[in-house]
Design a protein around this ligand. Structure first.
Ligand SMILES: [Zn+2]
Length: 463
């Protein structure tokens, strides 16, 4: 008789026994013992699953994997099957491809489930807490946390394990995002990846329920087949448009999202940023515009093909700044007459941040400085304005220990803002420009140094 048959026969006898004959203490022992058996059965089932999958029987029986076997053959719900698989991979010793035995990922949890002292739900709670441990936590701390959680699972209910887990996570990540008790607000997030080689970006979000509900409203309507299809922008017959829409659901959701952004920008509802209307401003060097080739940068430092930028400007009333080859603003195409805003935008485009050599503060931090002071008759003209961060703005003045600025009249940086150090720092009083917002120039400096070799007189900031 196999072990399985033996165990089943014993259980059958238990089921057939007269419970009325048991006294209070015996009944208590019985209910504890049966629960222990059920938990051990989870461990036994996990062992069997791994053996089946190691020998490829699950696929031979027509399942894609062990999870499908649990769902199709043992009729577990997808959630139950997912939980069983999660626990299985955590508590069973796996065989590697070379045939060696690797200890379970969670040895303490494995021991507890095998001994019948940790339930399936408790084990699953331990694993969900463990999954939230930040990746930066080192191996030893992680192992010690896993041991504490497994210990907790032998004497606490899942809810208590979760609370204890929150405390443990707070200890592991004292100033991180995981310190508060479980709270949806804490986990809300929206992240945008850098653009990849194809200029595509990955948007990842964890939405709170209200935001999700609003997004569902948008997608239910705008992502429907035939709606906002770039291949069929002005359909005459909506039914025909829906029928001929070849986009995947994911592509339709993307197009609905893009249409939402177009709509919001066009309504002007975004208000203003730094006194300029919140708009997409794209700088296009004139040679690229003439050839309609290459890529250009957006104000946030992203890139976009020239043809797409022109298309965007046409449809969205975006601002399109056309620059000459020295990257000096020549012309600012726009739909509204806002001269001061335009100047501000031109400053952003020309300076891209604080103009003091070596300062890395971006446009959002700078003030417009009058090169010839307003009180001395200086005009608020683009060729009399310079971007400077507040602390560097404060160092500019006519005093002997103060800096001054000038617009470069010639040389490779013509039109840019040069900074002149006070005489005690630079007796030659040579104007210098900031390259930190113009990485191409830094690259060119490096190329020149490689060609010529560094020389004592080399001054990369010199205008
Ligand atoms: Zn600065």
């Amino acid at each position: 008789m196999t072990h399985l048959q033996l165990a089943e026969n014993l259980l059958d006898r238990l089921l057939d026994s007269e419970l009325t004959k048991l006294d209070e203490a015996e009944l208590r022992t019985l209910v504890h013992g049966i629960e222990r058996l059920a938990r051990k059965a989870v461990a036994a089932s996990a062992e069997a699953l791994v053996e089946i999958s190691d020998r490829g029987f699950d696929t031979r029986w027509g399942h894609r994997n062990g999870r499908d076997l649990l769902i199709d053959e043992l009729r577990l719900s997808p959630a139950e099957a997912a939980r069983r698989m999660r626990i299985t991979t955590a508590i069973v010793a796996m065989r590697t491809l070379t045939g060696d035995q690797r200890p379970p990922v969670h040895p303490d949890l494995a021991a507890g489930v095998r001994a019948g002292v940790i339930s399936e739900a408790a084990a699953d709670t331990v694993l969900s807490v463990y999954d939230k441990i930040p990746a930066a936590v080192d191996h030893d701390e992680r192992a010690s946390a896993a041991a504490s959680l497994a210990e907790a699972a032998t004497c606490f209910r899942p809810r208590e394990i979760r609370m204890l887990g929150d405390r443990l996570l707070a200890h592991l990540d004292p100033d991180g995002q995981l310190t508060e008790p479980s709270d949806r607000a804490r986990h809300r997030a929206l992240t945008l990846s850098p653009q990849d080689a194809q200029m595509m970006s990955k948007l990842t979000a964890t939405l709170d329920p209200a935001t999700r509900a609003k997004l569902d409203v948008l997608l239910d309507t705008w992502a429907a087949p035939g709606k906002h299809n770039p291949d069929d922008p002005c359909p005459t017959d909506p039914d025909e448009a829906a029928r001929t829409d070849l986009r995947s659901p994911a592509q339709r959701r993307h197009d609905a999202f893009s249409a939402m952004l177009t709509h919001i920008i066009a309504t002007g509802a975004l208000g203003s940023s730094k006194g300029s209307p919140a708009q997409v401003v794209i700088t296009i060097p004139i040679d690229k515009l003439e050839r309609m080739t290459g890529v250009v940068t957006t104000p946030s430092g992203g890139t976009i093909p020239v043809a797409d930028a022109v298309e965007l400007a046409g449809h969205n009333h975006a601002w399109l700044a056309v620059m000459d080859l020295q990257e000096q603003p020549l012309y600012l195409g726009r739909t509204k007459r806002l001269a001061s805003h335009a100047q501000r935008i031109m400053l952003d485009i020309r300076d891209k941040g604080c103009t003091k050599p070596g300062c890395c503060l971006p446009s959002s931090w700078v003030q417009a400085h009058h090169d010839t002071d307003w009180s001395n008759g200086g005009a608020t003209d683009i060729n009399n304005l310079a971007s400077a961060c507040p602390s560097h703005h404060a160092t500019i003045g006519a005093g002997p220990h103060q800096w001054s600025t000038t617009i470069m009249k010639s040389g490779p940086y013509r039109g840019r803002v040069g900074w002149i150090a006070p005489a005690h720092i630079d007796p030659t009083r040579t104007p210098r420009v900031n390259h930190l917002h113009h990485p191409d120039e830094l690259l060119e400096q490096v190329r020149q140094r490689k060609r010529r070799g560094p020389s004592a007189t080399d001054d990369p900031w010199r205008g």
